[in-house]
Design a protein around this ligand. Sequence first.
Ligand code: N01
Length: 535
Amino acid sequence: MPEGSTSRRSIVRTVDAVVVGAGFGGLYMLHRLRDLGLSVQGIEAGEGVGGTWYWNRYPGARCDLPSLAYSYNFSEDLRREWRWSERYSPQSEILRYADHVADRFDLKPLIAFGARVTHAAFDDDAGVWTLETDRGDRIVARWCVMATGCLSIPQKPTLPGEETFKGTIYHTAAWPHEQVELGGLSVGVIGTGSSGIQSIPVIAEAARRVTVFQRTPNFSVPSRNGPLSDAEIAEFRAAYPEYLETLRNSPGLVGAAEGAPIPSEAEQQQAYERLWGAGGPSLIAAFPNLFTSVEVNDGASEFVRRKIAEVVDDPAVAAVLQPHDHPIGTKRICVDSDYYQTYNRPNVELVDLRRTPIEAITPTGLRTTEREYSLDVLVFATGFDAISGALLAIDIRGSGGARLKDAWANGPLAYLGMTVAGFPNLFTITGPGSPSVLSNMIPAIEQHVDWIADCIGYMREKGYRRIAGEPSAQAAWMAHVQAVADSSLFPRANSWYVGANIPGKPRLFTTYIGAGYRAKCDEVAARGYEGFVLA
Ligand code: N01
Protein backbone atom coordinates (compact mmCIF):
# COMPACT_ATOMS: atom_id res chain seq x y z
CA MET A 1 0.00 0.00 0.00
CA PRO A 2 1.23 3.55 -0.66
CA GLU A 3 2.30 5.94 2.12
CA GLY A 4 -0.94 7.89 1.84
CA SER A 5 -3.56 5.14 1.84
CA THR A 6 -6.45 4.11 -0.42
CA SER A 7 -6.17 1.73 -3.30
CA ARG A 8 -3.58 1.15 -6.02
CA ARG A 9 -6.32 0.31 -8.47
CA SER A 10 -7.51 2.97 -10.85
CA ILE A 11 -10.86 4.52 -10.06
CA VAL A 12 -13.76 5.62 -12.21
CA ARG A 13 -16.04 7.97 -10.28
CA THR A 14 -18.47 10.80 -10.56
CA VAL A 15 -18.27 13.29 -7.70
CA ASP A 16 -19.27 16.87 -7.03
CA ALA A 17 -15.68 18.14 -6.88
CA VAL A 18 -12.24 16.94 -7.77
CA VAL A 19 -9.12 18.42 -6.18
CA VAL A 20 -5.78 17.91 -7.91
CA GLY A 21 -2.81 17.88 -5.55
CA ALA A 22 -2.53 17.00 -1.87
CA GLY A 23 -0.15 19.68 -0.70
CA PHE A 24 -1.26 22.37 1.74
CA GLY A 25 -3.76 23.73 -0.80
CA GLY A 26 -5.33 20.41 -1.73
CA LEU A 27 -5.64 19.22 1.85
CA TYR A 28 -7.48 22.25 3.11
CA MET A 29 -9.66 22.37 -0.04
CA LEU A 30 -10.78 18.78 0.49
CA HIS A 31 -11.58 19.58 4.10
CA ARG A 32 -13.69 22.62 3.21
CA LEU A 33 -15.56 20.98 0.33
CA ARG A 34 -16.38 17.87 2.33
CA ASP A 35 -17.67 20.10 5.13
CA LEU A 36 -19.97 21.77 2.60
CA GLY A 37 -21.52 18.36 2.00
CA LEU A 38 -19.97 17.74 -1.41
CA SER A 39 -18.70 14.38 -2.56
CA VAL A 40 -15.00 14.93 -3.28
CA GLN A 41 -12.09 13.11 -4.83
CA GLY A 42 -8.48 14.15 -4.38
CA ILE A 43 -5.78 13.06 -6.81
CA GLU A 44 -2.10 13.20 -5.95
CA ALA A 45 0.96 12.21 -7.98
CA GLY A 46 3.04 11.44 -4.89
CA GLU A 47 2.55 8.47 -2.64
CA GLY A 48 1.80 10.73 0.30
CA VAL A 49 0.54 14.20 1.17
CA GLY A 50 2.70 17.34 1.47
CA GLY A 51 3.16 18.54 -2.11
CA THR A 52 6.41 20.44 -2.48
CA TRP A 53 7.53 19.12 0.94
CA TYR A 54 6.95 15.57 -0.23
CA TRP A 55 9.30 15.96 -3.21
CA ASN A 56 11.98 18.40 -1.99
CA ARG A 57 13.88 16.10 0.38
CA TYR A 58 17.36 17.35 -0.44
CA PRO A 59 19.86 17.78 2.41
CA GLY A 60 19.24 21.05 4.21
CA ALA A 61 15.72 21.61 2.86
CA ARG A 62 13.79 23.77 5.27
CA CYS A 63 11.32 26.59 5.52
CA ASP A 64 12.57 30.07 4.62
CA LEU A 65 9.82 31.77 6.64
CA PRO A 66 9.39 31.33 10.39
CA SER A 67 7.46 28.10 10.96
CA LEU A 68 5.06 29.69 13.43
CA ALA A 69 3.82 31.79 10.52
CA TYR A 70 4.19 29.05 7.90
CA SER A 71 1.26 27.15 9.44
CA TYR A 72 -2.45 26.79 8.92
CA ASN A 73 -4.70 29.25 10.73
CA PHE A 74 -8.08 27.68 10.00
CA SER A 75 -8.22 25.47 13.09
CA GLU A 76 -7.46 26.83 16.49
CA ASP A 77 -7.16 23.30 17.93
CA LEU A 78 -4.60 22.38 15.29
CA ARG A 79 -2.66 25.53 16.02
CA ARG A 80 -2.55 24.85 19.74
CA GLU A 81 -1.65 21.17 19.52
CA TRP A 82 1.19 21.40 16.99
CA ARG A 83 4.59 22.48 18.23
CA TRP A 84 7.40 23.32 15.83
CA SER A 85 10.81 22.38 17.13
CA GLU A 86 12.89 24.97 15.22
CA ARG A 87 12.39 28.53 14.07
CA TYR A 88 12.77 27.40 10.44
CA SER A 89 11.62 23.82 10.40
CA PRO A 90 13.30 21.16 8.33
CA GLN A 91 11.48 19.50 5.44
CA SER A 92 10.92 16.28 7.43
CA GLU A 93 9.04 18.17 10.15
CA ILE A 94 6.91 20.14 7.67
CA LEU A 95 6.04 16.87 5.95
CA ARG A 96 5.06 15.39 9.34
CA TYR A 97 2.84 18.42 9.89
CA ALA A 98 1.09 17.89 6.53
CA ASP A 99 0.65 14.23 7.39
CA HIS A 100 -0.71 15.11 10.81
CA VAL A 101 -3.24 17.50 9.26
CA ALA A 102 -4.33 14.85 6.76
CA ASP A 103 -4.84 12.30 9.55
CA ARG A 104 -6.37 14.69 12.04
CA PHE A 105 -9.04 15.77 9.56
CA ASP A 106 -9.35 12.27 8.06
CA LEU A 107 -8.47 13.43 4.56
CA LYS A 108 -6.38 10.54 3.25
CA PRO A 109 -9.36 8.31 2.40
CA LEU A 110 -10.48 11.05 0.00
CA ILE A 111 -7.25 10.95 -2.02
CA ALA A 112 -6.03 8.66 -4.80
CA PHE A 113 -2.23 8.61 -4.41
CA GLY A 114 0.35 7.76 -7.05
CA ALA A 115 -1.84 9.14 -9.84
CA ARG A 116 -0.78 12.06 -12.02
CA VAL A 117 -3.51 13.96 -13.87
CA THR A 118 -2.72 14.09 -17.58
CA HIS A 119 -5.96 15.42 -19.08
CA ALA A 120 -8.83 17.58 -17.91
CA ALA A 121 -11.66 18.45 -20.29
CA PHE A 122 -14.85 20.45 -19.79
CA ASP A 123 -18.07 19.15 -21.31
CA ASP A 124 -20.15 22.18 -22.26
CA ASP A 125 -23.42 20.24 -22.48
CA ALA A 126 -23.18 18.42 -19.18
CA GLY A 127 -21.27 21.25 -17.47
CA VAL A 128 -18.77 18.86 -15.91
CA TRP A 129 -15.06 18.18 -16.00
CA THR A 130 -13.55 14.80 -16.84
CA LEU A 131 -10.06 14.17 -15.52
CA GLU A 132 -7.80 11.32 -16.54
CA THR A 133 -4.62 10.14 -14.88
CA ASP A 134 -1.52 8.29 -15.98
CA ARG A 135 -2.74 5.13 -14.28
CA GLY A 136 -6.18 5.05 -15.87
CA ASP A 137 -8.35 6.89 -13.34
CA ARG A 138 -11.34 8.75 -14.74
CA ILE A 139 -13.07 11.27 -12.52
CA VAL A 140 -16.10 13.29 -13.57
CA ALA A 141 -16.92 16.33 -11.43
CA ARG A 142 -18.82 19.59 -11.69
CA TRP A 143 -16.12 21.51 -9.86
CA CYS A 144 -12.44 21.09 -10.53
CA VAL A 145 -9.84 22.66 -8.24
CA MET A 146 -6.21 22.69 -9.29
CA ALA A 147 -4.08 22.69 -6.14
CA THR A 148 -1.04 21.82 -8.19
CA GLY A 149 1.42 24.24 -6.58
CA CYS A 150 3.59 27.06 -7.87
CA LEU A 151 6.89 25.18 -7.72
CA SER A 152 6.17 21.59 -8.58
CA ILE A 153 7.61 20.92 -12.03
CA PRO A 154 11.39 20.54 -11.71
CA GLN A 155 13.48 22.29 -14.34
CA LYS A 156 16.60 20.52 -15.48
CA PRO A 157 18.82 21.80 -18.26
CA THR A 158 19.90 19.39 -20.95
CA LEU A 159 23.69 19.25 -20.92
CA PRO A 160 25.64 17.38 -23.58
CA GLY A 161 27.11 14.06 -22.46
CA GLU A 162 24.78 13.53 -19.49
CA GLU A 163 23.96 10.01 -20.65
CA THR A 164 27.65 9.05 -20.46
CA PHE A 165 28.06 9.99 -16.77
CA LYS A 166 29.02 6.94 -14.68
CA GLY A 167 28.17 8.55 -11.34
CA THR A 168 24.76 9.39 -9.89
CA ILE A 169 22.63 12.39 -10.84
CA TYR A 170 20.05 13.92 -8.49
CA HIS A 171 17.68 16.85 -8.74
CA THR A 172 16.95 18.66 -5.47
CA ALA A 173 13.20 18.66 -6.26
CA ALA A 174 13.08 14.91 -6.92
CA TRP A 175 15.40 13.74 -4.16
CA PRO A 176 15.25 10.03 -3.27
CA HIS A 177 13.26 8.98 -0.23
CA GLU A 178 16.02 6.74 1.06
CA GLN A 179 19.13 8.15 2.73
CA VAL A 180 21.68 9.29 0.13
CA GLU A 181 25.20 8.53 1.33
CA LEU A 182 27.68 11.18 0.20
CA GLY A 183 30.52 10.33 2.60
CA GLY A 184 33.87 10.08 0.85
CA LEU A 185 32.41 11.19 -2.48
CA SER A 186 33.16 14.06 -4.78
CA VAL A 187 29.94 16.00 -5.38
CA GLY A 188 29.19 18.68 -7.94
CA VAL A 189 26.24 21.06 -7.45
CA ILE A 190 24.83 23.07 -10.35
CA GLY A 191 22.66 25.99 -9.25
CA THR A 192 22.80 28.54 -6.46
CA GLY A 193 19.16 29.48 -5.85
CA SER A 194 17.41 28.62 -2.56
CA SER A 195 17.77 24.86 -3.12
CA GLY A 196 21.50 25.05 -3.87
CA ILE A 197 22.16 27.53 -1.08
CA GLN A 198 20.35 25.37 1.49
CA SER A 199 21.91 22.09 0.38
CA ILE A 200 25.53 23.08 -0.29
CA PRO A 201 26.54 23.59 3.39
CA VAL A 202 24.99 20.25 4.40
CA ILE A 203 26.49 18.38 1.44
CA ALA A 204 29.89 19.93 2.24
CA GLU A 205 29.78 18.44 5.73
CA ALA A 206 29.21 14.94 4.38
CA ALA A 207 31.11 14.80 1.11
CA ARG A 208 34.84 14.51 0.54
CA ARG A 209 34.78 17.37 -1.97
CA VAL A 210 32.12 19.75 -3.21
CA THR A 211 32.40 21.72 -6.41
CA VAL A 212 29.76 24.40 -6.81
CA PHE A 213 29.04 25.42 -10.38
CA GLN A 214 27.58 28.91 -10.15
CA ARG A 215 26.20 30.79 -13.13
CA THR A 216 24.57 33.67 -11.25
CA PRO A 217 25.12 34.54 -7.59
CA ASN A 218 22.09 35.16 -5.41
CA PHE A 219 21.60 37.26 -2.32
CA SER A 220 21.31 35.18 0.81
CA VAL A 221 20.72 36.16 4.43
CA PRO A 222 21.46 34.06 7.50
CA SER A 223 18.46 32.36 9.08
CA ARG A 224 19.99 32.23 12.61
CA ASN A 225 17.93 29.09 12.91
CA GLY A 226 17.76 27.31 16.24
CA PRO A 227 15.40 25.57 18.61
CA LEU A 228 12.11 27.36 19.04
CA SER A 229 11.66 28.37 22.64
CA ASP A 230 8.45 28.43 24.64
CA ALA A 231 8.94 32.17 25.05
CA GLU A 232 9.00 32.69 21.27
CA ILE A 233 5.82 30.66 20.91
CA ALA A 234 4.14 32.63 23.68
CA GLU A 235 5.18 35.89 22.05
CA PHE A 236 3.75 34.80 18.69
CA ARG A 237 0.50 33.69 20.32
CA ALA A 238 0.15 36.95 22.20
CA ALA A 239 0.48 38.91 18.96
CA TYR A 240 -1.67 36.49 16.96
CA PRO A 241 -4.71 38.79 16.49
CA GLU A 242 -2.48 41.52 15.04
CA TYR A 243 -0.75 38.92 12.87
CA LEU A 244 -4.11 37.88 11.40
CA GLU A 245 -4.98 41.51 10.87
CA THR A 246 -1.74 42.04 8.93
CA LEU A 247 -2.59 39.08 6.73
CA ARG A 248 -6.04 40.50 6.06
CA ASN A 249 -4.85 43.99 5.27
CA SER A 250 -1.46 43.36 3.75
CA PRO A 251 -0.27 46.28 1.64
CA GLY A 252 1.61 43.80 -0.56
CA LEU A 253 5.28 44.18 -1.25
CA VAL A 254 4.95 47.54 -2.96
CA GLY A 255 1.60 48.76 -1.66
CA ALA A 256 3.08 50.66 1.27
CA ALA A 257 5.83 52.32 -0.72
CA GLU A 258 3.88 55.32 -1.94
CA GLY A 259 5.10 58.46 -0.25
CA ALA A 260 7.46 56.54 2.04
CA PRO A 261 10.53 58.66 2.81
CA ILE A 262 14.00 57.62 1.72
CA PRO A 263 15.70 56.50 4.92
CA SER A 264 19.01 58.11 5.75
CA GLU A 265 22.25 56.21 5.30
CA ALA A 266 22.54 55.83 9.08
CA GLU A 267 18.96 54.55 9.43
CA GLN A 268 19.56 52.03 6.70
CA GLN A 269 22.79 50.70 8.15
CA GLN A 270 21.30 50.43 11.61
CA ALA A 271 18.24 48.55 10.34
CA TYR A 272 20.21 46.17 8.12
CA GLU A 273 22.72 45.37 10.87
CA ARG A 274 19.92 44.62 13.30
CA LEU A 275 18.01 42.44 10.83
CA TRP A 276 21.14 40.64 9.63
CA GLY A 277 21.87 39.84 13.27
CA ALA A 278 18.30 38.69 13.96
CA GLY A 279 18.30 36.52 10.83
CA GLY A 280 15.60 35.63 8.34
CA PRO A 281 14.11 37.31 5.29
CA SER A 282 12.89 40.44 7.10
CA LEU A 283 16.01 42.31 6.00
CA ILE A 284 14.29 42.96 2.69
CA ALA A 285 11.21 44.25 4.51
CA ALA A 286 13.25 46.86 6.36
CA PHE A 287 11.77 49.77 4.39
CA PRO A 288 8.51 49.90 2.41
CA ASN A 289 10.27 51.38 -0.63
CA LEU A 290 13.01 48.76 -0.85
CA PHE A 291 11.24 47.29 -3.89
CA THR A 292 10.48 50.58 -5.59
CA SER A 293 13.44 52.85 -4.90
CA VAL A 294 16.72 52.08 -6.61
CA GLU A 295 18.47 54.18 -4.01
CA VAL A 296 17.06 52.25 -1.04
CA ASN A 297 17.52 48.90 -2.74
CA ASP A 298 21.12 49.74 -3.63
CA GLY A 299 21.80 50.37 0.04
CA ALA A 300 20.48 46.96 1.05
CA SER A 301 22.21 45.19 -1.84
CA GLU A 302 25.52 46.82 -1.00
CA PHE A 303 25.10 45.93 2.68
CA VAL A 304 24.74 42.22 1.85
CA ARG A 305 27.63 42.34 -0.62
CA ARG A 306 29.78 43.80 2.14
CA LYS A 307 28.71 41.02 4.53
CA ILE A 308 29.68 38.42 1.93
CA ALA A 309 33.14 40.00 1.72
CA GLU A 310 33.42 39.94 5.52
CA VAL A 311 32.39 36.29 5.86
CA VAL A 312 34.33 34.75 2.96
CA ASP A 313 38.08 34.52 3.60
CA ASP A 314 39.28 34.55 -0.01
CA PRO A 315 38.46 37.95 -1.61
CA ALA A 316 38.44 36.42 -5.09
CA VAL A 317 35.82 33.85 -4.03
CA ALA A 318 33.80 36.56 -2.24
CA ALA A 319 33.79 38.65 -5.42
CA VAL A 320 32.32 35.77 -7.43
CA LEU A 321 29.63 35.26 -4.77
CA GLN A 322 28.53 38.91 -4.76
CA PRO A 323 25.43 39.52 -6.90
CA HIS A 324 25.48 42.60 -9.12
CA ASP A 325 22.93 41.70 -11.80
CA HIS A 326 19.66 42.30 -9.91
CA PRO A 327 18.29 44.43 -7.07
CA ILE A 328 18.11 42.48 -3.81
CA GLY A 329 14.79 40.71 -3.32
CA THR A 330 13.73 40.85 -6.97
CA LYS A 331 14.88 37.25 -7.15
CA ARG A 332 13.63 35.22 -4.22
CA ILE A 333 15.86 36.05 -1.27
CA CYS A 334 17.65 32.95 0.01
CA VAL A 335 17.72 32.18 3.72
CA ASP A 336 20.67 30.05 4.69
CA SER A 337 22.56 28.29 7.43
CA ASP A 338 26.26 29.07 7.01
CA TYR A 339 26.16 29.30 3.21
CA TYR A 340 28.91 31.86 2.72
CA GLN A 341 31.00 30.33 5.55
CA THR A 342 30.97 27.06 3.60
CA TYR A 343 33.34 28.59 1.03
CA ASN A 344 36.01 28.82 3.76
CA ARG A 345 36.10 25.02 4.00
CA PRO A 346 39.09 23.34 2.38
CA ASN A 347 36.85 20.77 0.64
CA VAL A 348 34.68 23.34 -1.19
CA GLU A 349 35.48 24.95 -4.52
CA LEU A 350 33.47 27.56 -6.40
CA VAL A 351 33.48 27.52 -10.20
CA ASP A 352 32.34 30.69 -11.94
CA LEU A 353 30.39 29.52 -14.97
CA ARG A 354 30.22 33.07 -16.32
CA ARG A 355 33.98 32.94 -16.78
CA THR A 356 34.27 29.26 -17.65
CA PRO A 357 30.95 27.86 -18.94
CA ILE A 358 30.05 24.19 -18.87
CA GLU A 359 31.01 22.37 -22.06
CA ALA A 360 29.80 18.87 -21.25
CA ILE A 361 29.18 16.19 -18.71
CA THR A 362 31.78 13.48 -19.15
CA PRO A 363 31.79 9.83 -17.98
CA THR A 364 33.77 10.85 -14.89
CA GLY A 365 32.61 14.38 -14.17
CA LEU A 366 31.99 17.74 -15.75
CA ARG A 367 34.09 19.76 -18.17
CA THR A 368 34.11 23.53 -18.36
CA THR A 369 35.97 25.61 -20.91
CA GLU A 370 38.87 25.66 -18.44
CA ARG A 371 39.20 22.08 -17.15
CA GLU A 372 37.52 18.85 -16.16
CA TYR A 373 36.18 18.23 -12.61
CA SER A 374 36.08 14.64 -11.44
CA LEU A 375 32.72 13.84 -9.78
CA ASP A 376 30.96 10.83 -8.25
CA VAL A 377 27.67 12.65 -7.82
CA LEU A 378 26.10 15.56 -9.69
CA VAL A 379 23.27 17.50 -8.06
CA PHE A 380 21.01 19.70 -10.16
CA ALA A 381 19.61 22.49 -7.99
CA THR A 382 18.24 24.14 -11.10
CA GLY A 383 14.74 25.09 -10.01
CA PHE A 384 11.26 24.82 -11.42
CA ASP A 385 8.95 25.73 -14.26
CA ALA A 386 7.18 28.00 -11.80
CA ILE A 387 3.62 29.29 -11.39
CA SER A 388 2.11 28.16 -14.71
CA GLY A 389 4.28 25.04 -15.16
CA ALA A 390 2.14 22.53 -13.27
CA LEU A 391 -1.08 23.70 -14.93
CA LEU A 392 0.41 23.61 -18.41
CA ALA A 393 1.81 20.14 -17.76
CA ILE A 394 -1.82 18.92 -17.86
CA ASP A 395 -3.71 18.96 -21.15
CA ILE A 396 -6.52 21.23 -19.93
CA ARG A 397 -9.38 21.92 -22.34
CA GLY A 398 -12.11 24.35 -21.46
CA SER A 399 -15.28 25.52 -23.12
CA GLY A 400 -15.48 24.53 -26.80
CA GLY A 401 -12.34 22.40 -26.39
CA ALA A 402 -10.08 25.47 -26.05
CA ARG A 403 -6.64 24.49 -24.79
CA LEU A 404 -5.11 26.23 -21.78
CA LYS A 405 -1.78 26.08 -23.63
CA ASP A 406 -3.25 28.28 -26.36
CA ALA A 407 -5.04 30.61 -23.94
CA TRP A 408 -1.71 31.15 -22.17
CA ALA A 409 0.51 31.21 -25.26
CA ASN A 410 1.58 34.77 -24.42
CA GLY A 411 1.75 34.18 -20.69
CA PRO A 412 -0.70 33.06 -18.02
CA LEU A 413 -3.92 35.00 -17.51
CA ALA A 414 -6.30 34.43 -14.63
CA TYR A 415 -8.92 36.47 -12.85
CA LEU A 416 -7.74 37.15 -9.29
CA GLY A 417 -5.41 34.17 -9.71
CA MET A 418 -8.28 31.76 -9.10
CA THR A 419 -10.19 31.30 -12.36
CA VAL A 420 -9.40 31.39 -16.07
CA ALA A 421 -11.81 32.88 -18.62
CA GLY A 422 -13.05 30.15 -20.96
CA PHE A 423 -12.51 27.43 -18.36
CA PRO A 424 -15.78 27.29 -16.40
CA ASN A 425 -15.96 25.73 -12.93
CA LEU A 426 -12.19 25.42 -12.83
CA PHE A 427 -10.37 27.01 -9.89
CA THR A 428 -6.64 27.49 -9.42
CA ILE A 429 -5.27 27.82 -5.90
CA THR A 430 -2.53 30.50 -5.79
CA GLY A 431 -2.67 30.81 -9.56
CA PRO A 432 -1.15 33.56 -11.72
CA GLY A 433 -2.36 37.04 -10.80
CA SER A 434 -2.45 36.43 -7.05
CA PRO A 435 0.12 37.24 -4.33
CA SER A 436 1.11 33.54 -4.05
CA VAL A 437 4.90 33.18 -4.13
CA LEU A 438 5.46 36.73 -2.90
CA SER A 439 3.39 36.17 0.20
CA ASN A 440 3.38 33.52 2.91
CA MET A 441 2.04 30.55 0.95
CA ILE A 442 -0.05 28.83 3.63
CA PRO A 443 -2.20 31.86 4.56
CA ALA A 444 -2.42 32.68 0.83
CA ILE A 445 -3.67 29.16 0.18
CA GLU A 446 -6.20 29.40 3.00
CA GLN A 447 -7.60 32.63 1.62
CA HIS A 448 -8.05 31.09 -1.84
CA VAL A 449 -9.54 27.88 -0.48
CA ASP A 450 -12.03 29.82 1.63
CA TRP A 451 -13.01 32.03 -1.30
CA ILE A 452 -13.43 29.04 -3.63
CA ALA A 453 -15.39 27.03 -1.06
CA ASP A 454 -17.63 30.02 -0.35
CA CYS A 455 -18.14 30.52 -4.09
CA ILE A 456 -19.13 26.89 -4.65
CA GLY A 457 -21.39 27.07 -1.58
CA TYR A 458 -23.05 30.20 -2.97
CA MET A 459 -23.53 28.60 -6.39
CA ARG A 460 -25.19 25.55 -4.87
CA GLU A 461 -27.38 27.62 -2.61
CA LYS A 462 -28.60 29.77 -5.51
CA GLY A 463 -28.97 26.82 -7.86
CA TYR A 464 -26.24 27.94 -10.27
CA ARG A 465 -24.25 25.23 -12.01
CA ARG A 466 -21.63 27.15 -13.93
CA ILE A 467 -19.27 30.03 -13.20
CA ALA A 468 -16.84 31.53 -15.65
CA GLY A 469 -14.62 34.60 -15.38
CA GLU A 470 -15.40 37.33 -17.90
CA PRO A 471 -12.51 37.93 -20.31
CA SER A 472 -12.77 41.70 -19.79
CA ALA A 473 -12.57 41.42 -15.99
CA GLN A 474 -9.61 39.07 -16.34
CA ALA A 475 -7.83 41.37 -18.78
CA ALA A 476 -8.38 44.38 -16.50
CA TRP A 477 -7.09 42.46 -13.47
CA MET A 478 -3.98 41.19 -15.24
CA ALA A 479 -3.29 44.71 -16.56
CA HIS A 480 -3.46 45.95 -12.96
CA VAL A 481 -1.12 43.14 -11.81
CA GLN A 482 1.29 44.18 -14.54
CA ALA A 483 1.03 47.90 -13.78
CA VAL A 484 1.79 47.30 -10.11
CA ALA A 485 4.75 45.09 -11.03
CA ASP A 486 6.02 47.76 -13.42
CA SER A 487 6.00 50.29 -10.61
CA SER A 488 8.50 48.08 -8.78
CA LEU A 489 12.02 46.84 -9.38
CA PHE A 490 10.89 43.22 -9.89
CA PRO A 491 10.84 43.22 -13.71
CA ARG A 492 14.57 44.10 -13.67
CA ALA A 493 15.60 40.61 -12.62
CA ASN A 494 15.88 37.58 -14.86
CA SER A 495 14.04 35.51 -12.30
CA TRP A 496 11.69 32.55 -12.32
CA TYR A 497 9.03 35.11 -11.26
CA VAL A 498 9.06 36.29 -14.90
CA GLY A 499 9.73 32.86 -16.38
CA ALA A 500 13.28 33.81 -17.40
CA ASN A 501 14.66 30.43 -16.28
CA ILE A 502 12.64 28.47 -18.86
CA PRO A 503 13.82 28.76 -22.47
CA GLY A 504 11.02 30.11 -24.66
CA LYS A 505 8.65 30.94 -21.79
CA PRO A 506 6.88 34.28 -22.33
CA ARG A 507 8.37 36.88 -20.02
CA LEU A 508 5.61 38.10 -17.73
CA PHE A 509 5.49 39.02 -14.07
CA THR A 510 2.21 37.48 -12.87
CA THR A 511 2.42 37.74 -9.10
CA TYR A 512 0.27 40.42 -7.48
CA ILE A 513 2.38 42.63 -5.22
CA GLY A 514 -0.03 45.50 -4.65
CA ALA A 515 -2.32 46.37 -1.77
CA GLY A 516 -5.87 45.29 -1.06
CA TYR A 517 -5.91 41.86 -2.67
CA ARG A 518 -8.08 40.19 -0.05
CA ALA A 519 -10.46 43.12 0.07
CA LYS A 520 -10.82 42.96 -3.72
CA CYS A 521 -11.63 39.22 -3.61
CA ASP A 522 -14.17 39.78 -0.82
CA GLU A 523 -15.74 42.68 -2.68
CA VAL A 524 -16.13 40.61 -5.87
CA ALA A 525 -17.89 37.90 -3.85
CA ALA A 526 -20.06 40.39 -1.95
CA ARG A 527 -21.27 41.84 -5.25
CA GLY A 528 -22.57 38.45 -6.37
CA TYR A 529 -19.30 37.47 -8.06
CA GLU A 530 -18.74 40.57 -10.08
CA GLY A 531 -16.68 39.88 -13.19
CA PHE A 532 -18.06 36.37 -13.50
CA VAL A 533 -20.90 34.94 -15.53
CA LEU A 534 -23.08 32.66 -13.39
CA ALA A 535 -25.47 30.29 -15.11
O1 N01 B 1 15.70 27.31 -8.15
P1 N01 B 1 16.18 28.74 -8.72
P2 N01 B 1 15.64 26.79 -6.65
N1 N01 B 1 23.67 25.99 -15.94
O2 N01 B 1 15.48 28.86 -10.04
C1 N01 B 1 20.93 27.64 -12.01
C2 N01 B 1 11.57 27.96 -3.61
N2 N01 B 1 12.34 27.25 -2.63
O3 N01 B 1 15.15 25.40 -6.68
O4 N01 B 1 20.33 32.15 -12.20
C3 N01 B 1 24.05 26.49 -14.76
O5 N01 B 1 16.03 29.80 -7.75
C4 N01 B 1 20.41 29.04 -11.97
O6 N01 B 1 21.35 29.92 -12.49
P3 N01 B 1 20.86 31.25 -13.27
C5 N01 B 1 11.96 29.42 -3.54
O7 N01 B 1 10.86 30.22 -3.79
C6 N01 B 1 12.03 27.50 -1.35
O8 N01 B 1 16.91 27.05 -5.95
O9 N01 B 1 19.76 30.80 -14.21
N3 N01 B 1 23.22 26.89 -13.82
C7 N01 B 1 20.15 29.20 -10.47
O10 N01 B 1 21.32 29.47 -9.79
C8 N01 B 1 12.97 29.49 -4.64
O11 N01 B 1 13.22 30.75 -5.17
C9 N01 B 1 12.75 26.90 -0.39
O12 N01 B 1 22.05 31.75 -13.96
C10 N01 B 1 21.91 26.75 -14.07
C11 N01 B 1 19.67 27.80 -10.07
O13 N01 B 1 20.10 26.91 -11.09
C12 N01 B 1 12.39 28.54 -5.64
O14 N01 B 1 11.88 27.49 -4.88
C13 N01 B 1 13.80 26.08 -0.69
C14 N01 B 1 21.43 26.21 -15.27
C15 N01 B 1 18.17 27.69 -9.98
O15 N01 B 1 17.73 28.52 -8.95
C16 N01 B 1 13.36 28.00 -6.64
O16 N01 B 1 14.58 27.71 -5.99
C17 N01 B 1 14.10 25.84 -2.01
C18 N01 B 1 22.38 25.84 -16.23
N4 N01 B 1 22.02 25.34 -17.42
C19 N01 B 1 13.35 26.43 -2.98
N5 N01 B 1 20.09 26.21 -15.21
C20 N01 B 1 12.38 27.20 0.99
O17 N01 B 1 13.22 27.48 1.77
C21 N01 B 1 19.74 26.73 -14.01
N6 N01 B 1 20.84 27.04 -13.33
C22 N01 B 1 10.97 27.22 1.41
